[in-house]
Write a protein that binds this ligand. Structure first.
Ligand code: XMP
Length: 317
């Protein structure tokens, strides 16, 4: 029978045998998979694991500093790299969703490659790949084609030529969470909703500016904190806010306003492949909508997305 305890013991031993005194680099995202992979490797090889956590400027409000501090508190050897400006510059003027993803993917690869070069004599690249990723990648692209297709200028960056270690590649998501729990990772971190790699970029419809990111971070923060305060967070599989590229008319006192609309989305799902919108209490929606409109300058209307997947995807882009 599979137990997280036995998995941790076995995997830590295997990683030690395989890696010896070589160095490993790993990109942390703040998500469950990369964090659990890092903690397993840290248990096995300690300071020879070099973690890199990149701020792409598209994370949730205060997420970069909060998560970075959490990682440091866990004893991980982690370097936080704030590349917000580099990402926002790369995204300037771009509205097409796939174009956004490509820019973000390529910028990440460039930043990560620069950082990986700072570590002398690194041998391995560790990844938090889990079993469903393995299956998807093989069936859609053939092994490891996905990441390579992102970077088709000037050949492969050096870090992609490193030997790969993927300690979670036989696990499903719930097993990854149990392994994380076994190693003492904060349950709050393990219970975090999924968050897309391109972050808020694909929740800002149209082009991206620092001001739009700031507005969406405030809205998202009120929504997510509200879900937590109302004990709804754990009943929802994923939630977030979308900044729409339209203005609507409103009134404030005697003044007519013409400001942004945000949509809130909360879904139930098991794997993201299909999803239903969540029947959040009206009292909750009323409170959150008022708070957003009162507190976030530039927003005068809130709508709730009541579309299921299929046909509507979870993200709007
Ligand atoms: P959709 O919108 O396709 O989303 O219903 C399904 C799940 O995938 C996430 N998602 C992404 N994750 N990069 C990611 O890492 C992406 O480009 C991306 N697009 C969607 C989405 O948040 C949901 O959990």
């Amino acid at each position: 029978e599979w137990t997280p305890e036995a998995f941790v013991d076995m995997t830590v031993n295997e990683l030690r045998d395989k890696i010896g005194s070589d160095k490993v680099v790993l990109g942390l995202s703040g998500g469950v998979d990369s964090t659990v992979a890092a903690v397993l490797l840290h248990k096995a090889i300690g300071k020879n694991l070099y973690c890199i956590f990149v701020n792409n400027g598209l994370l949730r409000k205060d997420e970069f500093s909060n998560v970075l501090n959490q990682y440091k508190g866990m004893g991980l050897n982690v370097k936080g790299v704030d590349s917000s400006k580099r990402f926002l510059d790369a995204l300037a003027g771009i509205s097409d969703p796939e174009e956004k993803r490509k820019k973000i993917g390529n910028t990440f690869i460039d930043v990560f490659d620069d950082e990986a070069h700072e570590i002398t004599d690194v041998t391995y690249l560790a990844q938090g790949t889990i079993y469903p990723d393995v299956i998807e990648s093989i069936s859609v692209n053939g092994p490891s084609a996905t990441i390579k297709s992102h970077h088709n200028v000037g050949g492969l960056p050096d870090f992609m030529k490193l030997k790969i270690v993927e300690p979670l590649r036989m696990l499903f998501k719930d097993e990854v969470r149990r392994v994380g729990g076994e190693m003492g990772i904060d349950p709050e971190l393990l219970g975090r909703h999924p968050f897309p790699g391109p972050g808020l970029a694909i929740r800002i419809l149209g082009d991206i500016t620092a001001e739009k990111v700031r507005i969406l971070q405030e809205v998202d923060h009120i929504f997510i904190q509200g879900l937590k305060d109302w004990n709804l967070y754990d009943k929802v599989w994923q939630a977030g806010a979308i900044l729409l590229p339209i203005n609507s008319v409103g009134v404030m006192g005697d003044e007519r306003t013409y400001e942004k609309v945000v949509a809130l989305r909360a879904v139930e799902s098991t794997d993201g492949m299909t999803a239903d919108w969540v029947n959040l209490p009206y009292d909750f929606l009323q409170k959150i909508s008022n708070t957003i409109i009162n507190r976030v300058k530039g927003v005068n209307r809130v709508v709730y997305d009541i579309s299921s997947k299929p046909p509507a995807t979870i993200e709007w882009e």
